[in-house]
Design a protein around this ligand. Structure first.
Ligand SMILES: [Ca+2]
Length: 488
């Protein structure tokens, strides 16, 4: 009897867990290009952007309030961001930084698609082309990439949706029962933000092409963001940066009509994306796969569009450093978490959700314990960098409600320190910057020390003006490929 009981228990346990063991969950990873979380009602209830499908994902899943991208060493912020997503590695340890000197040689055997291919998953992707990680993208078994930023079915977001729908239809026809990982990427709302005529009209916007005059103001346009400024109080540090000077429809204009029109275009693109996601979820439901699919919704980084007088993605304010991050799927209870996460946590999280091995090259942390309510957060401190312009660039560190941003740009001409308490000042109003308030001198010193610690820990090769210069590391050489600054 003593020996039978454990055997019986084991048999019972395996019988009970049999369905889960039989059928692994599917993964639908949705990645949009250049979207501030504050576009979405899930992050700004006042937003007039209609995204009912994303709202439903948020209502039924876990919404992250503390999801960030770690930053960029290039004006093309997309590129490091997408390398971090694919590898789970930190920014200074990426294969495309400094001749890959901080990255293992076998990294391409350990990127997202390879981890899932090895585990018997079918892998498919659609996304924009360029400013990405071509080696890792090519590891998906089925790839349909093209940059689609137009205002029609064939030239816009519907094209990406169609690739996924056709892939699902083929699986259905072939009665393919293997679990799948679908990387459902979009080329929008990245500029050029050519919305469909119907959705542009809804948001009072036009595809503005006349640099010399502002577009007409319209009552249906989104209001100016609360932290809108007609100009940033000091130089952002990247002269000639495409996103701050050359984006069609905005250029260097920061007047109300230009910004509200561009936000209208952005919202039109967001709503069109939402419709494509709905089509795919409806199809998964009809196939009986939806309840066995983890859905992750995020963006490669945020976006300014008038906030703080900036237009692009090359800054570290919350609207741009943060990303939307929503996870829904089997066994997940709806909720909101802080979690202090990075996009580079995505790969270990997806592996963990699927119950497959996390590659040992991964430096990110699985968010599964947070998603399932077993843990409040995965780290205490967050670090961010932008060094794609003049060096050393912009740095930030955040712990709890406190956030420090430092700008050391334009060859020493701009040296600025900002200290924000995000509980009191979530929009980072510059009038409530506490860096020069003597009452917060101790907090400032604490955050300065924390930033240096994080820079050391992440092998940041640069040092700011008030940090030990002897610690700065030489940069081996630049990437041989020449790209348009910030174009992605
Ligand atoms: Ca992007």
């Amino acid at each position: 009897m003593k020996r039978i009981l454990p055997t019986l228990c084991l048999a019972l346990i395996s019988a009970l867990s049999l369905p889960a063991a039989e059928k692994k969950p599917n993964i639908l990873f949705i990645l949009v290009d250049d979207q501030s979380p504050f576009d979405l009602k899930a992050y700004d209830p006042q937003s007039i952007c209609d995204t009912p499908t994303i709202d439903k994902l948020a209502a039924e899943g876990v919404v992250f309030d503390g999801a960030y991208h770690m930053g960029s060493f290039s004006g093309a912020v997309c590129t490091p961001s997408r390398h971090m997503i694919m590898t789970g590695r930190t920014v200074w340890h990426l294969p495309n930084w400094n001749n890959s000197q901080n990255c293992p040689d076998n990294i391409l055997d350990n990127v997202m698609a390879e981890a899932f291919n090895r585990a018997g998953y079918d892998t498919m992707r659609t996304c924009k082309k360029g400013n990405s990680y071509a080696g890792a993208n090519g590891k998906f078994t089925v790839v349909h990439d093209a940059t689609k930023r137009g205002g029609t079915e064939e030239t816009g977001s519907a094209w990406h949706g169609k690739q996924v729908l056709e892939y699902l239809a083929q699986r259905e026809a072939a009665q393919d029962e293997d679990p799948f990982l679908i990387y459902f990427g979009f080329s929008h709302p990245h500029d050029t933000r050519d919305g469909t005529p119907e959705l542009l009209a809804k948001y009072g916007a036009v595809n503005h092409k006349d640099k010399s005059t502002p577009p007409a103001l319209h009552s249906k346009q989104p209001p100016l963001p609360v932290n809108y400024l007609p100009e940033h109080p000091f130089h952002h540090g990247h002269p000639g940066l495409r996103d701050e000077t050359s984006v069609s429809g905005v250029w260097e204009r920061r007047d109300e009509a230009t910004i509200r029109n561009e936000l209208g275009r952005e919202f039109a693109c967001n709503e069109n994306i939402d419709r494509q996601i709905d089509k795919v979820l409806t199809k998964l439901d009809a196939m009986g796969e939806l309840d066995n699919t983890y859905i992750i919704y995020t963006a490669d980084h945020g976006m300014a569009i008038g906030r703080h007088g900036l237009q692009g993605k090359q800054n570290l304010y919350q609207h741009t450093w943060r990303v939307p991050y929503i996870v829904k799927g089997p066994g997940i209870e709806p909720g909101r978490v802080q979690a202090n996460s990075y996009l580079l946590d995505t790969l270990p999280t997806l592996c963990d959700l699927a119950g497959i091995e996390i590659p040992d090259t991964v430096e990110g942390i699985s968010l599964k314990p947070v998603i399932f309510g077993q843990q409040a957060t995965v780290r205490d401190t967050l670090y961010g960098t932008y060094s794609g312009g003049t060096k050393p660039g912009i740095r930030t560190v955040k712990k709890g409600d406190w956030k420090l941003i430092k700008w050391d740009v334009m060859d020493g001409k701009v040296r600025e320190t900002q200290l924000f308490n995000l509980a009191d000042n979530p929009h980072e109003f510059l009038t409530q910057d506490l860096a020069e308030d003597p009452a917060y001198a101790d907090k400032l010193a604490e955050m300065e020390a924390l930033l240096l610690e994080e820079m050391r820990r992440h092998d940041d090769p640069y040092r700011l003006w008030n940090q030990p210069q002897e610690e700065a590391q030489p940069i081996a050489s630049k990437s041989p490929r020449k790209k348009k600054k910030g174009a992605n």
